[in-house]
Write a protein that binds this ligand. Structure first.
Ligand code: GLN
Length: 485
């Protein structure tokens, strides 16, 4: 019999509802797994052991509630999502002691659905990075190979799910931070359409790009979480008031007959590692066997996506992070005698190198002399990129390509920030265009023996279609095992 921690979220939710498993047992199995694996994986900045057990006991006393889709299910949050009464650090020294007095809307919705929050996951500081090496506290390692990174910035969320420490985690994706760690850790990650899930309580990095999304061990579990979290929120003016479809009902299609899949030339050519290409092509072939039609499409501006993204994301970051000034929020240098010294020294001590680099570049591209040359230009390219997608979606229902040119790389391998930025080449366009994207594990690379993720991208609010295509493929390929830890 498999251990409790090996169950999917859907399975454990069923066992909890039927009373076969108590909420306390579900939490205990996760805590035991955390205690056994955390010294090696280092995925969690906070483990809420006592609080989670107490909550589970109280819930067990009342008994399961069929109205609550996640009743008793232990879930982990990326440490930039506000959870009332729990430290929320963004993996930064500047927020070392920040305890929010409210929950993010997505967290409120999880709790209302009966989920038990058991921990806060490590990440790149303020979600800036692709490897989780930029955390001010510790480096998370990939459960498949402890010499390798889990991807980033939601690397703690990816690793904790892959290691079986919880049944699902929330990540955020500004330029790929859900999809990349999902790909590197062999799990499913979904970045919804911009506005699909409220960002209230998500500590902002690039506000026009950020989205919260689920990271799970299968597609159905992502659908379950999306169902709970999607919807309009008056506390986030960018959350969109469009009906939330029944994502679970969309799953289970027999074939991919009638589905046209676009393959962007720019994603399948030069620079792509052979093992990644092979695993992804095999998956596409499987989709063709299942009845899908494939067509080549063009996303001609892909080459400009990295420059465009990094100008916009850094500009927004420089503005968003100005609130951490030692007065309103965050660490304060108590020795400084003058106000300006206090600001400067608090921020210098509180922010890590990558964050400082981005604040400086972001401030530069927004400065009056350079605004038109950089920020405005990037905003224009962003619009053109969006139009490229619109044209592509005239020819296909969904786009498929790799998530990343490589599988998980070795820790310390990408010391040059530009090398790190290049990891985002296939994921950032989707954020610039505000579209939904996801990563589905499709096998192990033949050389590295590390997981490979296939990426899907769809038109705005097509999560139901995307999930249904991914689930059909998932059901027809070898299941992704859990890493041997
Ligand atoms: N790697 C990208 C960056 O560093 C994306 C991060 C993210 O999606 N949060 O900005």
């Amino acid at each position: 019999m498999s251990e409790l921690f090996e169950k999917s979220l859907g399975e454990i939710a069923g066992l909890l509802q039927s009373g076969e498993v108590k909420a306390v047992d579900a939490v205990t199995s996760c805590i035991e797994r955390i205690e056994a694996t955390e010294p090696r994986v280092q995925a969690l900045l906070t483990v809420m052991k006592d609080e989670a057990l107490q909550q589970a006991e109280a819930m067990d006393a009342e008994g399961p509630d069929a109205e609550k889709a996640l009743w008793g299910v232990p879930i982990v949050l990326k440490d930039l999502l506000a959870a009332k009464g729990t430290k929320t650090t963004c993996a930064s020294k500047i927020l070392e002691n920040f305890v929010p007095f409210y929950d993010a809307t997505a967290v409120t919705k999880l709790r209302e659905a009966g989920a038990i929050i058991i921990g806060k996951a490590n990440m790149d500081e303020f979600a800036m990075g692709s490897s989780t090496e930029n955390s001010a506290y510790m480096k998370t390692l990939n459960p498949w190979d402890l010499d390798r990174v889990p991807g980033g910035s939601s690397g703690g969320s990816g690793a904790t799910v892959a290691a079986g420490q919880c049944y699902a985690a929330l990540g955020t994706d500004t330029g790929g931070s859900i999809r990349l760690p999902a790909s590197f850790c062999g799990i499913v990650g979904l970045k919804p359409t911009y506005g699909r899930i409220s960002r209230f309580g998500l500590i902002a990095y690039g506000s026009s790009l950020d989205q919260i999304g689920p990271m799970t061990r299968n597609v159905e579990d992502s659908a379950r979480l999306l169902q709970v979290m999607a919807g309009h929120d008056p506390k986030d003016s960018t959350s969109v008031d469009v009906p939330v479809p029944d994502y679970l009902a969309a799953l289970g299609r027999e074939s991919l007959e009638g589905v046209t899949i676009g393959l962007p030339e720019e994603y399948w050519g030069e620079g792509l590692d052979e093992e990644v290409e092979q695993a992804c092509r095999d998956a596409v072939k499987k989709m063709e066997e299942l009845g899908a039609k494939t067509v080549p499409v063009k996303l001609a501006l892909t080459d400009y996506a990295i420059a465009t993204y990094y100008i916009i994301a850094m500009a927004e970051a420089s503005s968003n992070l100005s609130r951490f000034d030692g007065v309103r929020f965050g660490h304060r240098n108590m020795e400084a005698e003058e106000l300006i010294d206090m600001y400067t020294s608090s921020r210098t001590e509180g922010f890590g190198d990558e964050v400082q680099r981005r604040i400086i570049i972001g401030t530069y591209v927004l400065s009056s002399g350079y605004y038109d040359a950089y920020y405005n230009k990037a905003a224009k390219v962003r619009r053109l990129l969006r139009e490229d997608f619109e044209k592509a979606f005239e020819q296909c229902d969904i786009i498929a390509g790799p998530v990343c040119p490589t599988t998980a790389f070795k820790a310390g391998e990408k010391a040059d920030p530009l090398q790190m930025y290049l990891m985002d080449i296939f994921t950032i366009s989707c954020n610039l265009a505000g579209l939904p994207g996801m990563s589905l594990p499709v096998g192990l690379g033949k050389d590295s023996e590390m997981p490979v993720g296939l990426q899907f991208m769809g038109p705005a609010f097509s999560e139901d279609v995307m999930l249904s295509v991914a689930e059909c493929l998932e059901r027809n390929i070898d299941p992704m095992p859990m890493p041997k830890l």
